[in-house]
Write a new protein. Structure first.
Length: 549
């Protein structure tokens, strides 16, 4: 059932790097033995005990460090209640002024970051004491490696108008770059990694893999915590391998290489994207559904972007709006197959959720997909007519085609009944600030990195082209403006994560994690489209290679 060959745009993407590789993991390879499980439980109890003891200690330094390390090692999901209680306790004491480490930059910055990550809007004025009489950060701070690194990470939790955090980011970035040639060992590795990917913008599972390696080189590491992190990572990896095996079997039924040769075959890459959004065991059903949808959306993206003809896309767009299996009858064979796969995937999820009386969720997801397809079609029509929209006009459509409005909604569909309410769906589909901010990060990083490549393919609509035309500036000036808008969007993501929150933290984290995923994939180049090197290496470390125990 090959897609018809006629006058079309066409891009020769490289085939899947992984093929059938993960099919083999649907076997005893992914079974967890009782000894392994028992070891994890024993170590988990020990870490929990350490957290509780640190909570009741006189100084908060040890508690802050344990919380930070459990989060960065990827095991904090085991201790959500304990961590939540401890941070609330720290915040209340901070509000009462019961702290004795006001002048320790490392601790002040670490406390600030951990509290803001948890939704507490701690004042950035806590950093004023580290400035001199002229309003600059004190020169003696430049020799405080741990303090500077801690302040650098904290500065990424800023919101609009917090000049002191913007100044702190410039100051600490310069300091850290100057430190690199003068230092060695664990500290240098830590600094280089932080400069490339700060904690706030890093996917937790990818960060955990990297931090476990860095943490073991720290001479002051906690052996129990390190061993627990390794074992837990390996156990989760087996779960993810088994999930991916099942999704690969589903994907093979579509036979992308033969039926959709114009599209990027990136199932495994899409799955990594999604375990960045939620990796915890309880989200297995949600992960499967959204991995299916993001993979199908990737085909839709390429269909409208590089391959479909005007007549085909008009028919297909109409069929999606009608959402009726009979609407596919008039489509060419390759689009009929795609339509049926989409239709059946949503129908199966609807049937599954009906058993829990939450099938209404799929309605919201369908509406977001319809909106996405309409926006894809609008971009196609711009291309077809050679029209370059104004920047505002472009963003109105392109923030939808960034896919994050649809994906943020769809990420909630498979989550447990008690975790997500219909109110959450109404909020997330109303295009709130946080969803728009995540979409801006996605769209503008994509457009900025992909601009030269897209222009070679003859694409007209992009944020760069629209901005250059409307404001009569150079492409370089447009790049600077887009980067500033991305920075502002991160600040909006931070702002909407504070109490009182517009939705539960577990909902907000999905949206934040989507922004983190795009920051990985489009940081320096498009490693999703060209996934043979950097992304292959990341996937190997996260989904293939376990830690040696």
């Amino acid at each position: 059932m090959n897609a018809p060959k006629s006058a079309r745009r066409y891009v020769d993407y490289h085939p899947s790097v992984w093929g059938d590789y993960f099919l083999a993991y649907d076997s005893s390879i992914t079974d967890v033995d009782h000894e392994e499980e028992g070891g994890v439980e024993r170590l988990r109890d020990e870490v929990k005990k350490m957290l509780i003891e640190a909570h009741h200690a006189t100084s908060t330094r040890k508690l802050l460090e344990i919380i930070d390390n459990t989060q960065r090692l990827g095991v904090s999901y085991h201790f959500e209640k304990e961590i939540e209680e401890s941070l609330k306790h720290i915040y209340n004491n901070m509000s009462c002024g019961e702290l004795d480490d006001h002048n320790n930059l490392e601790i002040v910055a670490l406390r600030f970051r951990l509290l803001r990550q948890a939704g507490y809007n701690v004042s950035s004025n806590v950093f004023e004491r580290f400035k001199d009489d002229e309003g600059n950060f004190k020169k003696e701070l430049t020799s405080d490696v741990n303090g500077i690194l801690s302040l650098y990470e904290a500065a990424h939790l800023g919101i609009g108008g917090e000049n002191i955090l913007e100044e702190a980011l410039v100051f600490t970035t310069k300091c850290l770059k100057c430190m690199v040639p003068k230092l060695s060992g664990y500290v240098v590795t830590h600094i280089i990694h932080a400069l490339k990917m700060p904690i706030r913008r890093t996917l937790e599972r990818v960060a955990a893999r990297q931090y476990i390696n860095m943490y073991q080189d720290n001479p002051e590491h906690n052996k129990v915590l390190l061993q627990f992190a390794r074992l837990d990572f390996n156990m989760l990896q087996k779960l993810h391998q088994k999930e991916l095996s099942g999704i690969t079997r589903w994907w093979k039924g579509l036979d992308v290489e033969r039926n959709f040769s114009f599209a990027r075959d990136r199932l495994v890459e899409a799955y990594l994207w999604i375990i960045g959004v939620y990796f915890e065991p309880q989200y297995c059903r949600a992960r499967r559904f959204i991995t299916q949808i993001i993979s199908l959306a990737s085909i839709l993206d390429d269909l409208y972007d590089v391959y479909g003809t005007r007549d085909e896309l008009e028919m297909f767009t109409d069929a999606i709006q009608r959402w009726d299996i009979n609407a596919s009858q008039q489509l060419p064979p390759y689009l009929k197959l795609l339509y049926q796969y989409i239709f059946v995937t949503y129908a199966e999820m609807e049937e599954l959720l009906a058993k829990e009386n939450i099938s209404y969720r799929v309605h919201y997801a369908k509406n977001e997909l319809k909106k996405l397809v309409r926006a894809y079609h609008q971009e196609f029509k711009w291309y077809h007519s050679g029209y370059v929209p104004t920047f505002e006009e472009y963003l109105k459509v392109a923030l939808v085609t960034a896919c994050y409005m649809m994906l943020s909604t769809t990420s909630l569909v498979g989550m447990e009944k008690e975790l997500v309410s219909e109110e959450n769906f109404k909020w997330i589909t109303s295009e709130p600030l946080m969803v728009k901010a995540s979409s801006i990060v996605c769209r503008l990083m994509d457009d900025r990195i992909g601009h030269k490549y897209e222009q070679k393919r003859g694409h007209v609509a992009s944020a760069v082209e629209s901005y250059v035309k409307e404001f009569e500036c150079s492409k370089q000036e447009a790049y600077v403006k887009l980067e500033k808008l991305v920075v502002n969007a991160w600040q909006d993501l931070n702002k909407d994560s504070f109490h009182p929150m517009p939705a539960p933290m577990l909902v907000l984290m999905r949206i934040l994690n989507f922004a983190r995923a795009i920051n990985l994939i489009y940081k320096d180049e498009d490693i999703y489209t060209n996934s043979k090197t950097k992304l292959k290496d990341i996937i190997t470390k996260v989904l293939v290679q376990p830690f040696k125990i």
